[in-house]
Design a protein around this ligand. Structure first.
Ligand SMILES: C[S@@+](CC[C@H](N)C(=O)[O-])C[C@H]1O[C@@H](n2cnc3c(N)ncnc32)[C@H](O)[C@@H]1O
Length: 346
């Protein structure tokens, strides 16, 4: 994936060839302003207003109690990004905008975008991480009011990959108990339960996450198969006799020794023959050419943890080390830079 200053039209291409495009000035201003315009528009309910019908800038500004001149500039930038368009003086959502924003969006990402505010603060600490190597402990630095938004943002992300985990993670016939460790909203365990009738999933989560996680589960109508238990995955035991353990998007937060200890706890919670599934972002292959999306994600996770993303081989190695059998990585072209690693307890 490329992301950056890409010339449009003959004049801009000529400027590129002549070497007169001030790339660093554009890089340091355009991408952050685009990101912030998107975040501000979502938080100010611009997309929800446009979902109701086309509107002029003055009309939107009046309805949303926003400054008209600033709003117009935000709308123009959103339009350059492809989320909205203008005909005469009327703004409306594009197909891309409708796909991700507003109450009827089939692939909603509004909460993820709104969660850009705390993420922005973490990213701003890159200079510090670069010097000290110490990442931002996001679960300690997250403000109280941001916890519900965090859970909603994670739920939006999970809708993308829950079906893949449910399809690829082996579950024995007659399985009854799944532990969705750090499972937040519970959607991943729920997808597995729907694929294996009779299976019930228990989300093990931090106390701060629980009330919004429960609300999300109710909203998603999965409380018939999902329940919740407060648990610190770093210090508490997870239970016993489970048929499946899921660890989705959590191990990238910790260093390898901590992850081996987490896997040892997961193994103690599994019955013999039970299965484990680790779903996570995968570290870019060091030999592969640098690439914007995967490398930006890897840097983001390096800033927001004391570790980094790991490779499939890392996960497989830790699973072997912890005594799991037949560990293997499964990838999908539909989920670039992510992987599922499955294995069985003895
Ligand atoms: C990135 S989210 C992943 C949520 C979900 N598994 C998914 O893939 O969408 C990480 C989750 O881990 C939880 N978490 C972080 N540290 C934890 C801890 N020490 N014990 C239990 N849960 C923890 C957070 O509250 C958060 O909901």
């Amino acid at each position: 994936m490329r992301y950056g200053t890409i010339p449009k039209g003959l004049k801009e291409r000529l400027a590129t060839v002549l070497g007169v495009v001030p790339y660093p000035m554009l890089d340091v201003l355009v991408a952050p302003l685009q990101a912030r315009a998107l975040i501000a528009a979502e938080r100010a309910a611009v997309f929800r207003a446009l979902e109701e019908g086309e509107a002029t800038t003055p009309d939107l500004a009046r309805r949303l109690a926003l400054d008209e001149s600033c709003l117009d500039l935000v709308l123009r930038l959103l339009s350059s990004m492809g989320y909205i368009k203008r005909r005469s003086l009327l703004w409306s959502m594009t197909r891309l905008g409708r796909r991700h924003f507003g109450a009827a969006a089939p692939k909603p990402l509004g909460d993820f975008v709104a969660f850009g505010v705390p993420q922005w603060d973490w990213i701003a600490r890159l200079d510090e991480v670069l010097k000290t190597g110490r990442g931002v402990e996001i679960h300690r630095s997250l403000n109280g009011p941001d916890w519900p938004l965090y859970q909603r943002a994670m739920a939006e992300g999970a809708r993308d990959f829950a079906a893949f985990v449910a399809r690829e993670l082996p579950v024995a016939k007659g399985a009854k108990l799944c532990l969705d460790v750090a499972g937040s909203h519970g959607l991943v365990g729920a997808a597995l339960c729907r694929a294996h009738p009779g299976l019930l999933s228990v989300v093990l989560e931090r106390g701060e996450a629980l009330s919004e996680a429960r609300r999300l589960a109710t909203e998603a109508r999965i409380t018939d198969v999902v329940s919740f238990r407060e648990c610190d995955l770093l210090s508490d035991e997870y239970g016993e006799g489970a048929d499946v353990v899921i660890l989705a998007n959590i191990l990238h937060h910790f260093d390898p020794d901590t992850n081996r200890r987490i896997l040892a706890r997961a193994k103690r919670a599994l019955r013999s023959g039970g299965s484990i599934g680790i779903f996570d972002i995968e570290a870019p292959n060091p030999k592969a050419p640098p690439e914007a999306a995967g490398d930006a994600a890897a840097l983001f996770f390096r800033i927001t943890s004391n570790s980094a993303c790991f490779s499939g081989d890392d996960y497989v190695g830790w699973l072997r080390h912890t005594g799991f059998k037949r560990p293997r990585a499964v990838r999908s072209v539909l989920l670039p830079s992510r992987l599922l690693v499955v294995a069985q307890a003895e």
